[in-house]
Design a protein. Structure first.
Length: 142
């Protein structure tokens, strides 16, 4: 699909999106290639055009990847599940949101699982640290 950049104020070039999201242009192309990001619109010159919705989706991908440590395969599965749900427009800003609670519960379960894994890792590291401090005769802050 082609869009005229001069008439669509919500269109962003790949350079704009890279700057806004902190992702590289290569990463943006890759996310489209592997299905994390739907195919973008194109200009008549075949340049990619991104929407505000695309930028929001990329920010979600970054949070799931960087903050929660999800793999790209896990993120793709979550997004595909969410994309299959019925969406509704938010009354104040017109953004679409998933209105089927099942997708939210799935994300919450995955977050809780990740928290549990991180707490276990923390506990293991603290135990090792305390053991080393004990062996060295020092005091631990924990």
């Amino acid at each position: 699909m082609y869009r005229d950049l001069s008439t669509d104020k919500n269109s962003y070039s790949i350079e704009d999106v890279a700057r806004i999201t902190g992702l590289t242009k290569r990463t943006l192309r890759y996310y489209e290639e592997v299905g994390l990001l739907p195919p973008t619109d194109r200009t008549e010159s075949n340049y990619r055009l991104y929407s505000s919705h695309d930028i929001t989706r990329l920010e979600q991908i970054k949070k799931l990847r960087d903050l929660l440590g999800f793999s790209l395969a896990e993120i793709r599965e979550l997004l595909q599940e969410a994309d299959g749900q019925v969406r509704t427009a938010h009354p104040s800003n017109g953004e679409t949101h998933i209105c089927n609670d099942a997708a939210y519960y799935r994300v919450i379960r995955l977050i809780e699982q990740r928290i549990s894994e991180l707490e276990h890792m923390r506990s293991t590291l603290l135990t090792r640290l305390k053991s080393q401090e004990y062996l060295q005769g020092g005091n631990t802050p924990y």
